[in-house]
Design a protein around this ligand. Structure first.
Ligand code: SF4
Ligand code: SF4
Length: 64
């Protein structure tokens, strides 16, 4: 898990619902102009919660 990080795989699909922000345990994500942004990447623990919870397949957790 520590060797993983979040990436924005499909930014155009983000509808700005904010569910991933609510679910992230360590405050990595924010909305910028209605789209998801990775504002604190160093906080990411690679837990994959955001990827699992996003209904629009925007986020992907990958190997570092
Ligand atoms: S992988 Fe986990 S820690 Fe990283 S942004 Fe997603 S929910 Fe937050
Ligand atoms: S859950 Fe998905 S669609 Fe909703 S804000 Fe996050 S990345 Fe965008």
């Amino acid at each position: 898990m520590p060797n993983k990080k979040v990436e924005i795989d499909a930014p155009d699909w983000c509808k700005g619902c904010g569910i991933c922000i609510y679910r992230c345990p360590v405050d990595v994500l924010e909305l910028k102009e209605g789209k998801i942004a990775i504002t604190k990447p160093d906080n990411c623990i690679g837990c994959e919660m955001c990827e699992l919870i996003c209904p629009d397949f925007v986020l992907k957790v990958v190997e570092k």
